[in-house]
Design a protein around this ligand. Structure first.
Ligand code: ADE
Length: 324
């Protein structure tokens, strides 16, 4: 089997030899370097456990993946996608950071940022819905994180409130890159845009993602219609999330997946009474069937709904608003 190890971070250790010379040895972290604690989450191929680095007592979330199960279910590709995308996305506070990867006979281990506030979905369910201030704050942090991913050539493809985690200070950490897509390097592309035009379809993947469909409620119409996801597909999901934070439920929801897909393709949704007018205008510009006509990131930042937001580093230094 080919569980390549490239890109994984490693620690160093200073060693002195018999001549008094100091050498720096690269030491790879392993299972023995951590104390494992409570279960944070369980997926079909993985379990996420809280863990502490025995050397410095730093806390992490470690995703443990069962190798046999992954091979049997033909998910090796997705595990590699997750590791490769996370290794590309190490310079932003809004993305769960991958610190180390290692393995033993049975399992693969991804050592990640611990997001002790849990899923945004859990917080939303507890509150019912968010007010405009909280929606603006969480919306802004999600958008800033998505803009970063896109700038690094990554489309998430499964954005939803379950994949938006919160850290101890209630700031956003986006997770679950197992279904992400790495776009070809714009510099190396023979034809097409250079990613600087501001067109949401610039840098869109041209090869078809054969059978992938994300979570029904947040899937974009272009993925259902053409089996083709692009950066703008993440912005469709972002529009669904903004709607959900304010309304307490996603815009497209039906008794089963098929009916949900039909609603998405027909743009069949309505706003509940009292849905704020400015937010409605933003959502209506995001839930647009044609991905090329969807509001691009720069225009979303400048939309009246986000008026007053300090974008960039200040957003992440800000104190999260109290949930109400
Ligand atoms: N559940 C899944 N991933 C997690 C993480 N990084 N932190 C906390 N809980 C999680």
């Amino acid at each position: 089997e080919d569980w390549r190890e490239r890109g994984s971070a490693s620690a160093t250790r200073q060693e002195s030899d018999s001549n008094g010379q100091t050498h720096t040895r690269v030491v790879k972290k392993g299972v023995k370097d951590f104390n494992f604690g409570r279960t944070l989450g369980e997926g079909s191929y993985s379990t996420v456990l809280a863990a502490t680095d025995r050397q410095n007592l730093k806390e992490y979330a470690i995703k443990v993946l069962d190798k046999r199960h992954i091979i049997k279910e033909k998910k090796v590709k997705y595990v590699n996608i997750e590791r490769d995308t996370l290794n590309r996305l190490t310079e932003h506070p809004g993305v769960v950071r991958l610190y180390y990867t290692f393995q033993d006979e049975r399992s693969l281990y991804f050592v990640l940022d611990l997001a002790s506030g849990g899923e945004l979905l859990g917080v939303l369910k507890k509150m019912g819905s968010f007010d405009v201030e909280c929606t603006r704050f969480y919306g802004a942090e999600i958008l800033d994180s998505v803009a970063y991913m896109h700038s690094r050539g990554v489309i998430h493809r499964d954005l939803k409130p379950e994949n938006v985690l919160l850290d101890r200070e209630m700031h956003v950490k986006i997770t679950d890159f197992g279904t992400a897509k790495i776009l070809p390097d714009p510099q190396k592309r023979a034809v097409g845009g250079d990613g600087s035009s501001g067109d949401p379809m610039d840098g869109a993947e041209t090869d078809r993602a054969v059978s992938f469909v994300g979570t029904a409620e947040y899937v974009s119409p272009e993925l259902l219609r053409d089996k083709n996801a692009c950066k703008a597909s993440d912005l469709w999901a972002f529009g669904c999330i903004i709607y959900q934070l304010l309304a307490g439920r996603p815009p497209f929801k039906a008794a089963n997946e098929y009916l949900t897909f039909q609603k998405i393709l027909a743009l069949d949704y309505t706003f509940p009474d009292g849905f704020p007018e400015v937010a409605r205008d933003l959502v209506e510009r995001l839930l647009v069937l044609d991905p090329t006509s969807r509001l691009p990131v720069e225009h979303i930042r400048n939309h009246r709904f986000f008026e007053g937001v300090q974008w960039g580093k200040a957003l992440w230094r800000q104190k999260a608003p109290r949930l109400k």
